[in-house]
Design a protein. Structure first.
Length: 586
């Protein structure tokens, strides 16, 4: 007979076996935990980040460009960039692309290109479209999600905008698609304006959606610094409109208007037509994006006579009442030269030569200087060298060395033909006459503001004496005769103010053939006020206006209006003195 097994003994053996198994299991877990925490921490952390978090760039806003009173000329606003994870969008690429095109528009996003991006193999991140206004981007992403698709996201971006639209566009410049400055101040001060992007990580759900309240910044963003320009926004706006009217009325190819504080060299207004809209950026071509004030060269014509007379006055060879016998014409090196009006031999004073803008009288006066002496003075006035203004792409113009001059070169350069200049060079040169013989390099930047709000003034511009104070005063008196009733530009006179000025009419050079085109001119007017205590100088240039247009009748009225506005804006009162009477003939 078999003896029955002890039930309690069997239960104890099973319990012991179970406990052994439990101990082994916990031992294995413990060893594994030790490996994870003590040996493979970094590896597992990296896998966790890859599986459950994503990194995004925190864009640094570009610094503002301000006018002299702190008003925005260029600023940055929040926008969004739309991105995607192709591993999540590949199967539904056509449908997702269709939604995005419908919400954003074909002008900003291409349907077929978007499909290719959404299907990009072996990729977890692609940019679909940049620079989308925040509201538009949010609607587009929301529409994708509402349709039941995942893998499309939006990231913050800093967008450049220009509150004034076309206002001072050729001076301010613009930025390209990567946010880099292309022209003007945007390019010249790209380093100061550009900030340092930051970055952050965020947790994502298995479907690729961000988990709220899970952001953690990894690298702090540093915004760009501001650039404070010398421009007065209200004066700039007025000058832009006035110049546009003048170009349209005269059928000119292009026009320029520049106003400078002659004491400091600060450019308070710089207008150009044609121009462009940096916010829109449609129709942008070289002819309207180039900064003509510093990059375009042309022959200035009779405005250059002021420099010739200043050079002579500095040598003590000329005064306002110096008599000059002006012939009816000259032939030099087989090149016939005359005045814009027909006359026989006449007797003018030096002031009369300027007032009537006589080419022949200027040649006679200039013959008191050798080629080398005249070249040296023109070089001192800054021709053939850059003006020093803080703008990219500046030309130095063309002034041949004096030793290479012919007799015809000497004669024509004296009245502004045969020498090529930029408008900024002319402003700097005549500004020296207005400033008592001291030439100040022009500037378009007043200072800088760092991201922490600290203001730093720009370095003062260079200055140097080019002619004596007496010589500058002599030429100023001569230039006042230009705006008198019997001068060539009475329309430039401003009631209550003494105004010194000079007209300019030059033959245009065909850029293809290099030869003069008769009947095509570049006309201009340069002037400053108050003449007895100069504060501002304004230069107007109109290229290829209608036939027979002159500097006094076409550019003079534009000068009158812009200079009047500048004097009013800056509170420059009339001095109360009367202009001296200067004889024009003898």
């Amino acid at each position: 007979m078999t003896r029955p097994r002890n039930r309690h003994s069997l239960s104890r053996r099973r319990l012991r076996g179970f406990l052994v198994v439990v101990v082994l299991v916990f031992t294995i877990f413990g060893l594994r935990l030790f490996q994870i925490q003590g040996l493979d921490t970094q590896a597992y952390a990296a896998r966790a980040v890859e599986a459950g978090t994503a990194r995004t760039t925190v864009p640094a806003p570009r610094g503002d460009i301000l006018d002299r009173n702190g008003k925005d000329l260029a600023t940055s606003v929040d926008g969004l960039t739309i991105t995607a994870d192709p591993s999540m969008t590949s199967d539904n690429a056509p449908r997702i692309a269709r939604i995005l095109v419908q919400k954003i528009g074909e002008d900003h996003i291409d349907y077929f290109d978007t499909i290719d991006k959404l299907r990009k193999p072996d990729s977890r991140f692609v940019y679909l479209v940049k620079g989308v206004p925040a509201w538009t981007a949010k609607k587009a992403v929301a529409a994708v999600q509402k349709a039941g698709f995942t893998g499309v996201f939006s990231e913050k971006e800093s967008l450049r905008t220009y509150p004034g639209g076309r206002l001072a566009a050729n001076l301010i410049g613009y930025v390209d698609g990567s946010g880099k400055g292309v022209q003007g101040i945007e390019r010249q001060y790209d380093k100061q304006l550009t900030g340092t992007d930051g970055s952050s990580t965020y947790e994502v759900s298995p479907t690729g959606q961000r988990i709220p309240m899970a952001d953690s910044t990894v690298k702090k963003m540093v915004p760009g610094g501001d650039v404070v320009s010398t421009i007065d926004r209200d004066l700039q706006w007025y000058a832009d409109q006035r110049l546009a009217d003048a170009v349209r009325a005269s059928s000119s190819d292009w026009g320029l208007a520049i106003t400078m504080d002659v004491r400091t060299g600060q450019i308070v207004q710089m207008s150009q037509v044609p121009t462009f809209d940096p916010d829109n950026q449609t129709g942008m071509q070289d002819y309207n994006t180039v900064s003509r004030a510093v990059q375009n060269v042309y022959e200035p014509g009779s405005v250059m006579k002021t420099v010739t007379m200043a050079s002579l006055a500095d040598q003590g060879k000329i005064a306002p009442d110096t008599p000059i016998v002006v012939p009816g014409g000259m032939t030099i090196d087989k090149f016939h030269i005359g005045d814009y009006w027909k006359h026989g031999t006449i007797h003018l004073t030096a002031a009369g030569v300027i007032a009537k803008s006589s080419n022949l009288g200027t040649i006679v006066a200039s013959q008191q200087m050798s080629d080398e002496t005249m070249y040296r003075y023109f070089h001192k006035f800054g021709f053939g060298t850059k003006s020093g203004v803080e703008l990219p792409g500046e030309s130095q113009g063309i002034l041949k060395p004096g030793k290479e001059w012919t007799k015809a070169n000497h004669a024509t350069i004296a009245f502004g033909q045969g020498v090529s200049v930029t408008a900024m060079q002319m402003v700097r040169a005549v500004g020296a006459i207005a400033n008592g013989g001291v030439m100040v390099d022009p500037t378009v930047v007043e200072g800088f503001i760092s991201p922490d709000g600290k203001r730093t003034d720009a370095e003062p511009t260079a200055s140097r004496r080019v002619v004596s104070k007496k010589a500058a005063a002599i030429v100023t008196r001569m230039m006042e005769a230009v705006t008198a009733k019997d001068g060539t530009a009475p329309a430039a006179a401003i009631p209550g103010y003494r105004v010194a000025g000079k007209t300019g009419t030059a033959w245009r050079v065909n850029p293809v053939t290099g030869k003069y085109v008769r009947g095509q001119n570049t006309v201009s007017f340069m002037g400053f006020a108050p003449a007895d205590k100069p504060r501002f100088l304004t230069y107007i240039v109109l290229d290829k206006p209608y036939s027979a247009a002159g500097g006094g009748s076409t550019a003079g009225p534009v000068f009158h209006d812009i200079m009047s506005m500048a004097l009013e804006r800056f509170g420059v009162a009339p001095t109360g003195s009367k202009p001296p009477k200067v004889r024009q003939d003898w």
